[in-house]
Design a protein around this ligand. Structure first.
Ligand code: NDP
Ligand code: MG
Length: 383
C-alpha cells in the first residue's frame, strides 16, 4: 500500500510534535512530505534530519540562512516566508495537510491546500472562526474533505460515524473549565499568566492555553462546530466537565446521546484524522473506569467567562464579526502574555473592538484580510 504523504504546518508546536509521534509509530502507513515552523529553527532542523521530508519551510525569513546551512548536505528543499508556506501545501504528492499552526496565519495556507484538493486535518480552529463560510464553500467547490483534529470535534465526528442521514438534534461540547473554573470575578481580576498557563488536563501551546483559561477556546469551538457539522448556534451546547474524560457528545432526534471517551491525549484525534475512515492500533494509555469514578457536569458561567458569551454573540451576528473577535483576541492574548493587560480586561477590549470595527454582512477573502488588520489596530490602541 502507498504510504500517505503528510505535510505538517506548525511541526514544532504541541500538535505538530504529537503528529510526528503518531507518524513515527506508523512508518508503514505515513511519511512526512513537508514540515514548517515560524521561529523554533533548531527543533525544525532536528525534525528534518530525523524524518527526511522533501521540503521544509520557515515562516520567519530571518532564520532562513541558519536552516539552509544546517540542511546543506541533505536532499531537502528549504524555503522561507509566508508565501512559500502557502505554496508548499500544493505539491502534487501530498495527501494530507495537517494545519497545526496557531492563529489567523493558518487561513491562507489552508485555502491553498483546499484548492489543491488535499485532505485537511484541521487543528487550526482560527481558520474556521475567521472565515468558516468561505472555507466551507471552497471545500464544497473543490470536493476537499475537512477532518477535525480538535478533540471535541473529533469526538463529535466519531459519534457521527454510521449516522449518515440521521439529523443531529444537538451537539454537546464538553469543556474542562480551565484552571480558573472555581474562581470568583474578584479573583479573576488578579490571576497571572503563570497561573493561566497551568492547564489542569492538557499540555498545549501558550495561546490556546490562555484561550482555555478565558473560555474563548470553547467559544471558538462552538463556531468551529457550526461550520464542521452544519448545525445552528442554538443546537450547540457547552457543558463543563472538569475531568476531560468525555470529549464531546451528539444527541439525535430520538433523544439518544452518543459520546466519545478516552484519556486526554491529542495523539488519538490526530491519528484518527490520518487514518479515517479506518481505526489503527495505538500504544496510547487506555482509560481505566475504576479510576474515574467521579464524572461531573456543570453549566458554563458566561458572567465570569464573558468570552464565551462574546463568541456566541459573534456567531449570531455572523459576517465578519467572528473575524473581528479572533483578531482582537490574538492581540489581547499576546498582551496578557506580556503582562500588558489583566485577565478580565481581555474581554473588555474584545467587546469594544467588536463595536468599533465596521460590520460586513457578506465578507470576501479581501474583506477578511482588511477586517483582521483593522481589528488588530483597534485592539492594540485600546491596550
Ligand atoms: P503551538 O504554539 O504549540 O505551536 C504553533 C505552531 O505554529 C509552531 O510550530 C509555530 O512555530 C507555528 N507558527 C506560529 N506562528 C506562525 C506563523 N505566523 N506562521 C507560521 N507558523 C507559525 O500551538 P498548538 O500546537 O498548541 O496549536 C496549534 C493549533 O492547533 C492552534 O490553532 C490551536 O488552537 C489548535 N489546537 C491545539 C490543541 C493542543 O492540544 N495543542 C488542541 C486543539 C486545537 P514555532 O514553533 O517556530 O514558533
Ligand atoms: Mg478542543
Amino acid at each position: 500500500m502507498k504510504k500517505k504523504q503528510i505535510a505538517i504546518l506548525g511541526s514544532t508546536g504541541s500538535i505538530g510534535t504529537q503528529a510526528l509521534e503518531v507518524i513515527a509509530e506508523h512508518p508503514d502507513l505515513y511519511e512526512v512530505y513537508a514540515l514548517t515552523a515560524n521561529n523554533r529553527v533548531e527543533l525544525l532542523i532536528k525534525q528534518a534530519l530525523k524524518f527526511q521530508p522533501e521540503v521544509v519551510v520557515i515562516a520567519n525569513e530571518s532564520k532562513y540562512t541558519q536552516l539552509k546551512e544546517a540542511l546543506e548536505n541533505q536532499p531537502i528543499k528549504v524555503y522561507a516566508g509566508a508565501e512559500a508556506l502557502a505554496q508548499v501545501v500544493e505539491a502534487q504528492p501530498i495527501d494530507i495537510v495537517l494545519t497545526a499552526m496557531v492563529g489567523y496565519a493558518g487561513l491562507k495556507p489552508t485555502i491553498s491546500a483546499i484548492r489543491a484538493r488535499k485532505t485537511i486535518a484541521l487543528a487550526n480552529k482560527e481558520t474556521l472562526v475567521v472565515a468558516g463560510k468561505l472555507i466551507n464553500e471552497l471545500a464544497q467547490q473543490y470536493k476537499t474533505p475537512i477532518l477535525p483534529v480538535d478533540s471535541e470535534h473529533s469526538a463529535v465526528f466519531q459519534c457521527l460515524a454510521g449516522e449518515i442521514g440521521n439529523p443531529i438534534e444537538k451537539v454537546i461540547l464538553t469543556a474542562s473549565g480551565g484552571p480558573f473554573r472555581t474562581c470568583t470575578l474578584e479573583q479573576l481580576a488578579y490571576v497571572t499568566k503563570t497561573e493561566a498557563l497551568k492547564h489542569p488536563n492538557w499540555e498545549m501551546g501558550a495561546k490556546i492555553t490562555i484561550d482555555s483559561a478565558s473560555m474563548m477556546n470553547k467559544g471558538f469551538e462552538v463556531i468551529e462546530a457550526k461550520w464542521l457539522f452544519g448545525v445552528q448556534p442554538q443546537q450547540i451546547e457547552v457543558v463543563v466537565h472538569p475531568q476531560s474524560v468525555i470529549h464531546s457528545m451528539v444527541q439525535f432526534e430520538d433523544g439518544a446521546i452518543k459520546a466519545q471517551l478516552g484519556m486526554p491525549d491529542m495523539r488519538l484525534p490526530i491519528q484518527y484524522a490520518f487514518s479515517y475512515p479506518d481505526r489503527i492500533q495505538s500504544s496510547f494509555e487506555r482509560l481505566d473506569f475504576t479510576k474515574c469514578t467521579d464524572l461531573t457536569f456543570e453549566q458554563p458561567d458566561t458572567k465570569r467567562f464573558r468570552n464565551l458569551a462574546l463568541a456566541y454573540e459573534a456567531l449570531h451576528q455572523a459576517g465578519n464579526m467572528p473575524c473581528i473577535v479572533n483578531a482582537a483576541n490574538e492581540v489581547v492574548v499576546a498582551a496578557f502574555l506580556h503582562d500588558e493587560v489583566g485577565f478580565l480586561e481581555m474581554s473588555d477590549i474584545i467587546e469594544k473592538t467588536m463595536n468599533k470595527v465596521a460590520y460586513i454582512e457578506h465578507p470576501t477573502y479581501d474583506d477578511y484580510v482588511a477586517t483582521d488588520a483593522e481589528a488588530r489596530r483597534v485592539a492594540q490602541l485600546l491596550i
